[in-house]
Design a protein around this ligand. Structure first.
Ligand code: EPU
Length: 417
C-alpha cells in the first residue's frame, strides 16, 4: 500500500492548474447510458473513482475510448448488462448514479445498495422514492435494488432533503420519461448544473438547474455531444487552504471563483488576500491566521467537502473556533489523527471546538476517507518534522496527481510503495 511522506514547514508558492471536477465527471459519465450515440467528454480527471466508474460502464456494454489524457468517448449503442455489482458500488458510492439513466433507457436496472460508509449512513431512499413516483416498480432483494419500468412517467417530486446525487439520478431519469417532471427541494450544486448543461446539449429539455426547482420535459431520445467537465471547486479550495495555512502565495489556473464564494469569504476572514479573474484565483497569506467559525450546508453555503481542510487551518490559527457539520453524521474522523499531531480539538455532537495551537508535529497518521486524507496532507505540510500518511488510496480517489502538484508548489512530498 502506498504512503505519502511529507517534510513539513515549507510555504507553498507558485502556480498550478486545477483538474476537472470528480463530482461532475462521475454523473456526466453516467449520462452516456441515456443515448445510443457517442458522448465525448473533455477535462475528465485521472482519478481512481473515474477508473472505477469507467470499469462499471464498460461491463454494462458501453464502448469506451480514452485518449490517455483527459478525454473520454463513450458509446452505448446497446446495454448488454443491466447490473451494478456490489464489488464496484462498495468501492464507490457514486455508482448509484447508473440507476436512473439505466432504468430510463433500458426499462430495467439492478444496482447494489451502497451500504454505510466512513462519513455516515448515506441512505438512497430519496433516489428510490423519486423513481417510484415516476412509475418504477422497485424492490430490495438480497442487498440489491431491482427497478423496473416499461416507461417512466413525469411526476411532481418534493425531495425530503437536499441530495446531490439524488437530484442528478432523478434528473437523468426524467430526461427520457413521458411528460414533465418537477423536482422540488433539488440540490443547487454547480455539479448538478454542469450535468444539466451536458444533458441539454444531448437534447434534453431541462429548466431551472442551479435553483431548487428543476423542471424536465421528457423527450423520446437523446443524442451525442461534446461536453467539458467544470473545474473541481473542492480541489481548488484544498490548495487555497494549503497556501493559507502554510503562509504562502499561489496562483491557480483553470478554475472559477464564482462557484467558491462561501470558501473564499472564509479564507478572507482568516486573513488571506484573494484575487480572481474569469479562470484563475490567487491567494496570498501574510500576517496572523485568524480562527473562523463555520457551518456546513448545501450549496451555496459552506461545503461539507471543505470542512476537514478548514479544521487544519483553525488548528493553527489564533483563537478558538466552532465548526458545525450538518450534512453527514460522522464526518469528524480526521479529528483523532489531527489531535495525534498536537491539535487541540473537542467534538460535541455535530460541533468541533478548535483551540488554535502554535504548531502541529509530524507523525504517522492514517487516512480514513477522501477529504479527511486531504486534511492530513495539509496538516503534514505545516507540521514540524515528518508526517507519514498511510492508506492514501482515499486521496487518489479524488485528487489528480496531488503529490506532483504539491511538489510544483515547493512542498517536500514523497510517495512510497
Ligand atoms: N441522504 C438521505 N437519503 C438519500 C440521499 C441522501 O438521507 O436518499 C442524506 C445523506 O445521508 C446525507 C445528506 O442526505 O446526510 C446529503 O447527501 P447527498 O445525497 O447530497 O450526498 P451524495 O450525493 O451521496 C455528494 C458528493 C459528496 C458530497 C455530498 C454533499 C458526489 C459523487 N458525491 O454525495 O462528495 O460530500 O454530495 O455535498 O457528488 C467527496 O467528494 O468527498 C464527497 C463525499
Amino acid at each position: 500500500m502506498q504512503k505519502l511522506v511529507i517534510q513539513g514547514g515549507t510555504s507553498l508558492s507558485g502556480e498550478i492548474c486545477i483538474s476537472g471536477a470528480k463530482n461532475a465527471a462521475l454523473p456526466i459519465l453516467c449520462a452516456s447510458l441515456l443515448t445510443a450515440e457517442t458522448l465525448k467528454i473533455e477535462n475528465v480527471p485521472q482519478l481512481n473513482d473515474v477508473t472505477t466508474m469507467l470499469a462499471l460502464l464498460r461491463q454494462m456494454g458501453i464502448d469506451i475510448t480514452q485518449d490517455g489524457k483527459q478525454g473520454v468517448e463513450l458509446a452505448a449503442a446497446s446495454l448488454s448488462n443491466l447490473v451494478a455489482p456490489y464489488e464496484m458500488v462498495k468501492t464507490m458510492r457514486a455508482a448509484i448514479l447508473v440507476l436512473g439513466p439505466m432504468l430510463a433507457r433500458a426499462g430495467k436496472a439492478m444496482v447494489s445498495l451502497p451500504g454505510g460508509c466512513a462519513i455516515g449512513l448515506r441512505p438512497v431512499d430519496q433516489h428510490i422514492k423519486g423513481l417510484q413516483a415516476m412509475g418504477a416498480e422497485i424492490k430490495i432483494d438480497h442487498g440489491y435494488i431491482h427497478a423496473q419500468a416499461k416507461h417512466l412517467t413525469g411526476a411532481h417530486i418534493v425531495m425530503d432533503l437536499v441530495t446531490v446525487t439524488g437530484t442528478e439520478n432523478l434528473m437523468m431519469a426524467a430526461t427520457l420519461a413521458n411528460g414533465t417532471t418537477v423536482l422540488e427541494n433539488a440540490a443547487r450544486e454547480p455539479e448538478v448544473t454542469n450535468l444539466a448543461d451536458c444533458l441539454i446539449a444531448m437534447g434534453a429539455k431541462i429548466y431551472g438547474a442551479g435553483s431548487d426547482t428543476i423542471t424536465i420535459e421528457g423527450v423520446r431520445t437523446l443524442h451525442g455531444t461534446t461536453h467539458r467537465v467544470m473545474p473541481d471547486r473542492i480541489e481548488t479550495g484544498t490548495f487555497l487552504v494549503a497556501a493559507a495555512a502554510s503562509g504562502g502565495e499561489i496562483y491557480l489556473r483553470d478554475t472559477r471563483a464564482d462557484i467558491l464564494t462561501a470558501v473564499l469569504d472564509k479564507l478572507r476572514e482568516a486573513g488571506a488576500t484573494i484575487e480572481s479573474g474569469q479562470d484563475w484565483i490567487s491567494l496570498k497569506m501574510k500576517g496572523v491566521l485568524k480562527s473562523i467559525n463555520l457551518r456546513t450546508a448545501p450549496y451555496p453555503a459552506f461545503p461539507t467537502d471543505m470542512q476537514a481542510q478548514f479544521m487544519v487551518l483553525n488548528s493553527v490559527a489564533e483563537g478558538t473556533s466552532i465548526i458545525t457539520e450538518t450534512i453527514f453524521e460522522n464526518r469528524f474522523m480526521h479529528v483523532q489523527e489531527l489531535k495525534r499531531m498536537g491539535a487541540n480539538i473537542e467534538v460535541e455532537g455535530s460541533a468541533a471546538i478548535v483551540h488554535g495551537v502554535a504548531s502541529l508535529d509530524g507523525t504517522n497518521v492514517m487516512a480514513t476517507d477522501l477529504r479527511a486524507s486531504a486534511s492530513l496532507v495539509l496538516a503534514g505540510l505545516i507540521a514540524r518534522g515528518e508526517t507519514t500518511i498511510e492508506r492514501i488510496y482515499h486521496l487518489d480517489r479524488g485528487y489528480e496527481h496531488i503529490d506532483e502538484k504539491l511538489t510544483r508548489l515547493g512542498a517536500k512530498v514523497r510517495r512510497l510503495n
